[in-house]
Design a protein around this ligand. Structure first.
Ligand code: 2PG
Ligand code: MG
Length: 395
């Protein structure tokens, strides 16, 4: 399909900061806006300022017009080639906006939802690729292809319910204190989470605010106190935390922290050490924690390969804007799944009302979604999209 025009609109995100919305005009139109993080890993794709993106646009557009892209992957390969190392020439925010907007155009052309289109395109590719390259795989790519075809999606939710760190304005060092649902997404789970919110709202000390992601934000006696509150919900939820260790600048006795968190029934730990400390991640797994990479892996297959060699992880965060295209996000998920890691599709702390993260997660079989609490619009946009897809598939 030929692309006739691309616009890079400057829009506001949920933090009141500028971000980019990309609009592609072809046989029909597709739009996608891109969120941004505050606790950034240094290996993430480069994010360019909107004015610079606009400046680069005419030359990029001239080249794009010479091509007839048959699929989302073909267009993504074009973007990957042009964007250079870490997407520094075009900006990973711009390339991801293009990638998603074009996938929406292709979906619309076929009368499909975005998640249906991606499922179809990627399942077909994987199935073909599987036959051609079966021998070079140790694990079964066929099984992977089949796993993509499962009709009923069954993701669970990770709820960042009490916040700290750089997303907040309180005295907690850890960025996120989680409830991890034992059951998969359903209306019943939504009701349970709303009731948790209600209980905590009454119990937590006042003044009680909400942080960038809508998580409760107040001062605590120490870093452990939030988990004392969260333990009351352990019949239906497991406990976890995004330590976001990269952002913690003070001297900390990490061993003592994980000793205490274990006693408080915390099981899941995201970024428990700094972004290059692969071995420390691996050691923590031996203590029985489920260890998750975010800044460690930055949705990047090369980083994931190192993590796999070193046995650092049980699961990975998937944030497409850390890498800059749907195709590379898919490659990352594929490698993770082939190695039995669970995947958590995640929003960013600075969000827009776009909800494509849900479509990507559904089409690529997310094990979990981390999309904030349903208390503010930009997060609710994701909750409602998830519900919409579930309702549709239930009928
Ligand atoms: C994280 C994220 C999202 P940010 O660290 O997991 O919750 O934060 O978007 O600021 O990187
Ligand atoms: Mg994180």
């Amino acid at each position: 399909m030929k692309i006739e025009n691309i616009k890079a609109n400057k829009i506001l995100d949920s933090r009141g900061e500028w971000t980019v919305e990309v609009e592609i005009e072809s046989e029909n139109k597709g739009k996608a806006s891109i969120p941004s993080g505050k606790s950034l890993g240094s290996h993430e794709a480069v994010c360019l300022d909107c004015d610079l993106i606009e400046k680069n646009l005419p030359e990029f557009l001239k080249e794009v017009k010479n091509f007839d892209f048959k699929s989302s992957q073909e267009f993504d390969n074009f973007l990957i080639e042009r964007a250079g190392k870490n997407k520094e020439k075009l900006g990973g925010n711009f390339t991801l906006g293009c990638s998603i907007a074009f996938a929406k155009v292709l979906a619309k052309k076929e009368g499909l939802e975005l998640y249906e289109y991606l499922e179809k395109e990627y399942t077909q590719t994987t199935a073909n690729y599987t036959q051609a390259a079966a021998e070079s795989y140790n694990n079964s790519p066929r099984e992977f292809a089949l796993s993509l075809q499962e009709s009923a999606p069954t993701p669970k939710l990770i709820i960042n319910i009490i916040g700290g760190g750089v997303h907040s304005f309180n005295n907690l060092d850890f960025q996120e204190c989680w409830l991890v649902s034992k059951q998969s997404f359903s209306e019943k789970l939504i009701a349970e989470i709303l009731s948790v919110i209600n209980i905590l709202e009454n119990k937590l000390s006042k003044p009680l605010g909400r942080n960038d992601e809508g998580a409760f934000c107040t001062n605590f006696n120490d870093n452990y106190e939030p988990f004392i509150y969260l333990n009351q919900f352990k019949e239906n939820f497991e406990l976890g935390a995004d330590i976001a260790a990269n952002q913690i600048k003070k001297d900390i006795n990490w061993q003592e922290i994980y000793h205490q968190l274990k006693k408080l029934n915390v099981t899941y730990l995201e970024d428990p050490y700094k972004e290059d400390e692969f071995e420390y991640f691996a050691n923590l797994r031996k203590e029985g924690f489920k260890v998750i990479g975010d800044d460690l892996t930055t949705t990047n297959t090369e980083r994931l390969k190192t993590a796999l060699e070193k046995n650092s992880l049980d699961g990975v965060i998937v944030k497409p804007n850390q890498i800059g295209t749907i195709k590379e996000t898919f490659d990352f998920i594929k490698l993770a799944k082939e190695n039995n890691l669970f995947t958590i599709f995640s929003h960013r702390s600075g969000e827009t009302n776009d909800n494509w993260i849900i479509d990507l997660g559904i089409s690529f079989n997310a094990d979990y979604f981390k999309i904030g609490v349903p208390l503010q619009g930009e997060r609710i946009a994701k909750w409602n999209r998830l519900k919409e897809i579930f309702d549709k598939n239930d009928k």
